[in-house]
Design a protein around this ligand. Structure first.
Ligand SMILES: *[C@@H]1O[C@H](CO)[C@@H](O)[C@H](O)[C@H]1NC(C)=O
Ligand SMILES: *[C@@H]1O[C@H](CO)[C@@H](O)[C@H](O)[C@H]1NC(C)=O
Ligand SMILES: *[C@@H]1O[C@H](CO)[C@@H](O)[C@H](O)[C@H]1NC(C)=O
Ligand SMILES: *[C@@H]1O[C@H](CO)[C@@H](O)[C@H](O)[C@H]1NC(C)=O
Ligand SMILES: *[C@@H]1O[C@H](CO)[C@@H](O)[C@H](O)[C@H]1NC(C)=O
Ligand SMILES: *[C@@H]1O[C@H](CO)[C@@H](O)[C@H](O)[C@H]1NC(C)=O
Ligand SMILES: *[C@@H]1O[C@H](CO)[C@@H](O)[C@H](O)[C@H]1NC(C)=O
Ligand SMILES: [Zn+2]
Length: 509
């Protein structure tokens, strides 16, 4: 009896509660508005033209996302990047993102920036020998057969190509050594060590091609061209400065490569005056000895004294879980930071409570100006507060984290939280050449469509581009020039979007 009475009462309450309580909707809106205001770009104010462009962008974004919300089996961003890479071009949202000015790239490694199709073109240079094994290739330019040992045998690439029945197939095969991307493959789970082994093979193949001085010059020019065409106007490049060689065997030291970068970039700027330039962050493999790292710091100090506008600072690179933790280098890094800015990779791991994870603590205490990846940061509330207080930017590379096996469904990438909290975030691409990605547009696209809120709009994209300028190592005068170039291109971009005939079908106001 009693139970029945309660049930009847509950039913009555449900029925009478069909009106929404006073203020509920107001409070609901206020909470959501507060979240929007906190998020990256939430405080950006759009003018009338930007508002119209935003309506177009958001209509396209909602259309593309709605389709997947109701058919999650088609949602590309919960799959491996390689499985939808070739379809990205078809997205209308992508067309807008590609033409959007994106400011600067602040996290990218010098040997892995260029698309493998162009690397293959560079193998048409004369005097190139190859040594193949079943899964690796070593290249060397030489007048005579190289004296270095080869597990198989050295052969001229031009002869191999000429002898092959199908030069296009030959080139496609060659390209596979320069990239992890495979178009027609199932992307089963690979563990982080396996994928890093493959990644390192790609790196060594490319490195063996581009340590030849004439090829490095072309490589650098083509790289700048691709980044510029992707609407990137300034780059901070991490480089270990390998020795280059000439055909006669002459070797060039580290300073020479710095000069080569400078000369190549100056020439590019002459032809493209709105490109602002580059700075270098010199690196050493974190798996090496403390003495080797000290030597690299010494070189950085010397080069910075000679070319202060070109050298931004120092970093340690390589697979973080397998290298030494930052805590091994505290004496030398805390001394170095007095003269050299640090831009440390830290927390590029999914392992909580490990030394890699705790690299975040040391990166913050060592005064790192920005943090490379910081993937593990959301698990550390105190470190997150410290990062906000010190205004340390996070260099986030979503596609890299997918390809190098940290995350599978990008909706679960910590960037979603960083964006929601309004952390100082910059988007970058790490090694776009190694996975055949566009220099930066693919990363912006995946972050915008796959990671950020469905409601995140043009204001977020604009703020991310602005962040890349704000958190760059540029001196004030060049930073102002970069801002001027950016805003000029931004205005043109907005006008292009709202006057684009191809968006007429959307019937926005
Ligand atoms: C997307 O889905 C939402 C919720 O179902 C709906 O309100 C909205 O009109 C849809 N938008 C588009 C562009 O399809
Ligand atoms: C998603 O993938 C499908 C194929 O599975 C493709 O047709 C579609 O264009 C892709 N969409 C995007 C936005 O890449
Ligand atoms: C304008 O539309 C064309 C055709 O769809 C597209 O290729 C281009 O990127 C668009 N431009 C902008 C700024 O969206
Ligand atoms: C190319 O073919 C020629 C003629 O058959 C042969 O002598 C030569 O060894 C081949 N070169 C290579 C690199 O395989
Ligand atoms: C290319 O191959 C053809 C046929 O095997 C041969 O006659 C020709 O000499 C080769 N050319 C070069 C540059 O190796
Ligand atoms: C760079 O340019 C300077 C001035 O033209 C020249 O002296 C120097 O040899 C060049 N260095 C390299 C590595 O190209
Ligand atoms: C680095 O420089 C310091 C001071 O100039 C010197 O004492 C030290 O021997 C150098 N170390 C290496 C490994 O080059
Ligand atoms: Zn990196």
């Amino acid at each position: 009896m009693l139970t029945l009475a309660y049930t009847t009462l509950a039913l009555l309450v449900t029925i009478t509660a069909r009106t929404i309580p006073d203020n509920y909707n107001q409070e609901r809106r206020a909470l959501l508005a507060e979240e929007t205001l906190t998020s990256v770009g939430g405080k950006q104010k759009l003018n009338d033209e930007e508002t119209r462009a935003n309506e177009i962008l958001m209509k396209l974004k909602t259309n593309e996302l709605n389709a997947s919300y109701f058919n999650p089996q088609h949602f590309n961003f919960s799959k491996h990047y390689f499985s939808y890479k070739k379809d990205i071009e078809k997205s209308r949202v992508y067309q807008i993102i590609r033409s959007m000015p994106k400011g600067a790239v602040l996290h990218v490694h010098s040997s892995l920036m260029l698309h493998p199709d162009i690397l293959v073109k560079l193998t048409y240079e004369e005097y190139l020998y190859a040594c193949y094994t079943h899964d690796s290739i070593k290249l060397q330019f030489s007048k005579a057969t190289p004296a270095r040992p080869c597990a198989n045998k050295w052969a001229l690439v031009s002869e191999l190509r000429n002898n092959s029945s199908d030069p296009n197939a030959f080139d496609a095969h060659l390209r596979d050594y320069f990239t992890l991307y495979r178009e027609n493959e199932d992307y089963d789970y690979v563990d982080i060590n396996t994928v890093w082994k493959r990644f390192n093979k790609v790196y060594y193949a490319i490195k063996s091609l581009i340590t030849y001085r004439p090829v490095r010059e072309k490589y650098w020019y083509e790289t700048l061209k691709q980044f510029y065409n992707d609407n990137v106007m300034y780059i901070e490049v991490r480089s270990g400065l390998p020795d280059l060689y000439e055909l006669d065997g002459t070797k060039h030291g580290k300073r020479y490569l710095v000069e080569l970068y400078k000369n190549g970039t100056d020439k590019f700027i002459e032809e493209h005056p709105d490109f602002i330039g580059i700075k270098l962050i010199l690196t050493r493999d974190r798996a090496q000895s403390i003495n080797h790292v000290l030597e690299a710091i010494n070189v950085t100090r010397q080069l910075k004294a000679e070319m202060p506008d070109l050298i931004a600072g120092f970093d340690l690179v390589g697979q973080e879980d397998l290298g030494r933790p930052l805590s091994d280098f505290i004496p030398i890094l805390s001394e170095a930071k007095e003269e050299i800015n640090l831009y440390l990779h830290a927390g590029e791991t999914a392992w909580l409570g490990t030394s890699t994870d705790e690299n975040l603590v040391d990166a913050i205490l060592l005064g790192s100006k920005r943090i490379g990846h910081g993937y593990a940061l959301t698990k550390h509330p105190s470190l997150m507060s410290a990062l906000i207080k010190k205004d340390i930017a996070l260099e986030v590379n979503v596609i890299s984290n997918v390809v190098l096996s940290l995350v599978h469904d990008v909706r679960n990438h910590p960037l979603a939280t960083y964006l929601a909290l309004g952390l100082p975030v910059v988007l970058s691409s790490d090694d776009p050449g190694a996975w055949s990605a566009e220099p930066l547009s693919h990363d912006f696209f995946v972050a915008f469509m796959g990671v950020a809120s469905k409601r995140a709009d043009l204001r977020m994209l604009k703020q991310l581009a602005i962040n890349s300028i704000v958190y760059s190592a540029l001196e004030e005068d060049r930073k102002s020039r970069l801002f001027a170039v950016f805003y000029d291109r931004w205005d043109r971009f907005i006008k292009d979007v709202i006057s684009n005939e191809s968006y007429r079908d959307l019937e926005v106001s």
